[in-house]
Design a protein around this ligand. Structure first.
Ligand SMILES: Cc1cc2nc3c(=O)[nH]c(=O)nc-3n(C[C@H](O)[C@H](O)[C@H](O)COP(=O)(O)OP(=O)(O)OC[C@H]3O[C@@H](n4cnc5c(N)ncnc54)[C@H](O)[C@@H]3O)c2cc1C
Length: 421
């Protein structure tokens, strides 16, 4: 079937499973191609991981989790009770095969490949979002201003030089700042910060939830269907396509997109394909902004904690926790996030207005899974975006629309295929 024909198939009904930022952007891209699209989620759009992220549209997010340096630091980070990384020991048997795969990705040739593949996705990301913002009228949610990575000592700045060097090689602007320049950009920060890396080309979304919700509303206004329900089973239909059990009803999809974030492995498994996906759990607390001025996302690189100025207050973000999808959130995290925020910004409010934990969908090589599911040519994967899901929403949507239409897109999808594992 040629691309034109595929796109214009009047009977085509695409179901997009999962209404996080990835699913919503994908549904919109498919709708733009003239397809009949239903978006299914057990919750309202944008209530999963896409609800609580730091809001960064990363200019320089191409450093994967697995590098020789990160593996070296792993034991000391795990031993530190106040550390940003935690493994729930009860989860270790289930996690171990994934960890071994991740460790294998720290080989220099794999690191170089993963950096290249992430950079290829990140390069067009802002341009594709700009098109989407213009189309949907959501420009007011984007704020320019860059991101600031802060260090108390020369040694900790030195430790970050390798990653920043990689970004510079890729053409991303990284400026070295001294204490006076830091103060000029963000006067509210603690005076202990003597050094910083400034990435002026990163932008932020001031309400990730309003973004996903706004995009889903636009999709519905344009005739798309948003259906609330739990997808309980997915099964190939002998005459083609896929049948889904969504609570009490059966839906038929001529094409199905799996964008159920960290939960996607459960659905691929029903179709006989195992994908190594782990939840990289992260936390945030919200604090009132008061009259404190903060223009951009600031990162305490010594303690791996960030503060983002959101529309509804200051969001303090941190932690990478391996504890699976079922364990409850660790309530001690809120207090440690508050302590870290006070070390970063001494005058920050101490009143926590809400606390949240979410599941980043993480692969061993830090690359998302984008492409058809082996053995199921009409089922497409769009998950596993780890730390970059917000940034890569529009990019992933475009890539899936190209694949469904049989078009050759601007990005070669090979590095993200499912059967790379
Ligand atoms: C603390 C933190 C900070 C972050 N900061 C950033 C950042 O600054 N920039 C950035 O780019 N990224 C960031 N991320 C990552 C980003 O938030 C995620 O990569 C992204 O939200 C993943 O989007 P998604 O649509 O794949 O998943 P989700 O948003 O989790 O959406 C998946 C949806 O699938 C639904 N679902 C699952 N199973 C089923 C089922 N069986 N039936 C029906 N529905 C189902 C869920 O309800 C959910 O709504 C951060 C993440 C965290 C945790």
């Amino acid at each position: 079937m040629d691309a034109e024909h595929k796109t214009k198939d009047r009977n085509a009904h695409v179901i997009v499973a999962g209404a996080g930022i990835i699913g919503v952007c994908t549904a919109l891209a498919l709708q733009r191609d003239g397809l009949r699209v239903t978006l299914v989620d057990r919750e309202a759009p944008g209530m999963g991981c896409s609800y609580g992220n730091a809001g960064l549209l990363h200019a320089g997010g191409c450093i994967p989790l697995a590098t020789p340096d990160s593996l070296k630091k792993l034991p000391s980070m795990l031993m530190d009770p106040e550390g940003a990384l935690r493994i729930a020991w009860r989860h270790l048997p289930a996690l171990s095969p994934w960890l071994l795969r991740m460790a294998a990705q720290a080989r220099p040739d794999r690191v170089a490949h993963n950096i290249r593949a992430l950079h290829a996705l990140l390069k067009p990301a802002r341009h594709l979002y700009d098109k989407l913002f213009r189309q949907t009228g959501l420009q007011h949610l984007i704020r320019s201003g860059g991101e600031l990575h802060l260090y108390r000592h020369q040694a900790s700045m030195q430790a970050a030089q390798w990653g920043m060097g990689v970004l510079r090689e890729k053409g991303i602007t990284v400026q070295d700042l001294d204490a006076a320049s830091i103060r000029e950009l963000e006067p509210a920060l603690d005076k202990a910060f003597q050094h910083a890396h400034f990435l002026p080309d990163s932008d932020m979304i001031t309400s990730p939830h309003q973004l996903t919700q706004g995009l889903a509303n636009y999709f519905a206004q344009q005739g798309g269907t948003v259906l609330r329900g739990e997808i309980r089973s997915v099964r190939p239909n002998p005459s083609g396509g896929t049948d889904l059990q969504v609570d009490g009803q059966t839906l038929h999809a001529s094409s199905l997109v799996l964008s159920t974030g960290a939960w996607s492995g459960q659905l691929t498994q029903q179709l006989g394909v195992r994908v190594p996906l782990q939840s990289w759990r992260g936390y945030h607390i919200m604090l009132p902004r008061g009259d404190l001025s903060l223009r951009r996302v600031v990162v305490d690189s010594d303690h791996h904690v960030a503060v983002s100025p959101m529309v509804d207050g200051l969001r303090v973000i941190g932690y990478l926790e391996f504890a699976g999808l079922k364990a409850p959130a660790d309530s001690r995290r809120s207090h440690s996030l508050l302590k870290s925020a006070q070390r970063l910004i001494p005058d920050i409010s101490g009143q926590i207005t809400s606390a949240w934990m979410g599941h980043r969908p993480g692969t061993p090589d830090s690359l998302p899974v984008i492409g058809p599911l082996p053995g199921h040519p009409s089922v497409y994967c769009a998950f596993g975006h780890g730390q970059l899901g917000l940034t890569l929403g529009a990019t992933t949507g475009q890539m899936i629309a190209d694949l469904v239409a049989g078009r050759q897109g601007a990005i070669d999808p090979t590095p993200y295929r499912v059967n790379r594992f």
